[in-house]
Design a binder for this molecule. Sequence first.
Ligand code: S3P
Length: 428
Amino acid sequence: MSEKFISPVSRIRGELHLPGDKSISHRAAILGMLAEGQTRIYHFLTADDCLNTANACRELGAKVDVKGDELNITGCGWVGLRAPGNVIDCGNSGTGVRLLAGVLAGQNFESIITGDEQVQRRPMRRIIDPLIAMGAAITSEPGGLCPLRIRGGNLTCLNYLSPVASAQVKSCLLLAGLFAKGRTLVTEPSSSRDHTERLMRYFGIPVQQEGLTVSVEGGAIPQGREITVPADISSAAFFMVAASMLPGSELRMFNVGVNRTRTGVLEVLRVMEAEIVEDNLRTQAGEPVADLAVRFRSRMKGAQIRGRKLIPRLIDELPILAVAAAAADGETVIAEASELRVKETDRISILVNELKNIGVAIEERPDGMIIQGGKIKGGKADSHGDHRLAMSLAIAGLASEEGVTLANPNCVRTSYPNFWEQLQEVTR
Ligand code: S3P
């Protein structure tokens, strides 16, 4: 089993060009596969998750070339997908499975889609039920788990009230909706990330939005495009927190996606009294991007992180926010976040245990956790193969008294392949 020791450092400094956004990279590849003509994706995230989606696109008949972080894809033009010769394996990516399942549900052939052990434990009922309601035939393992066997085609549209604010569910149904007769509507309890809607529009598909309802008309064909993927704010979050915790830190990060459905982390860190400045705000392929400057100001303060509107806007950043809370003054409450239990791992129970192991005063709650800020002692911790937990525990190590020995550090390649190199760059 591999291990990494993360030593305490006094501060971080430097400038970072972070890898591309994971959510947008998946969507760009999938729309490129469905498009008429050529799609060129610059700054594609060449991490395992998105490379698995690119492979799935290949398997379904698109021509896909990856050169560095540029992905060129010759689309199948919506009706040109072919039955895969193999099981489609999305690896660790729940996004890959759920979005591609939407596309497969629209196809007149049978396919099987799955992922690794973590993905095989994640709930798929949330997409299986509405896709069946649209007319797809889907079988799964007991409990609605992967692998999913999908025979699609002849879909009819759906007016779906989603019980969860999930961009994966919404995107799955919008993609299936492209292949359905009529207009498919999805209404969420609160807004989840809207990259699919933005990218569909950028690819020429009219997507409508009215309040919490988005809709798409069946039969619209995406047109190949050139797109530059913004840097991933979820990856930036690790360094935002590091710089906000360590006195004397100063860091700049460029071209970071600041879509308001993703910036909950900025708002919470500012409430905690971190200093993060966004400048050079502009739009790139329908997405807002900015450069971020983070400077240590003073010890952060605990915060209340809860609410139906906020939680979906920072769901992936809760582990690193828990680390920020551990080094802050006072109490932090994370609540109404039970979705965290069905991510790559149960991120409530594992995070609480691992932070306890390195000396953090933290208590588990059914829908979150309560953290008493103070010092992070350090010691041994395990990522359990969850990329965001690995990176969060590494940042905890930087701010700890004795350092952290992290088991299973290599899973960062799921979303941030050069994390360890960039960490070394700014701590040097
Ligand atoms: C994602 C949506 C979120 C997020 C995941 C990526 C996406 O999941 O946690 O990492 O790209 O659509 P849910 O939409 O299921 O909450």
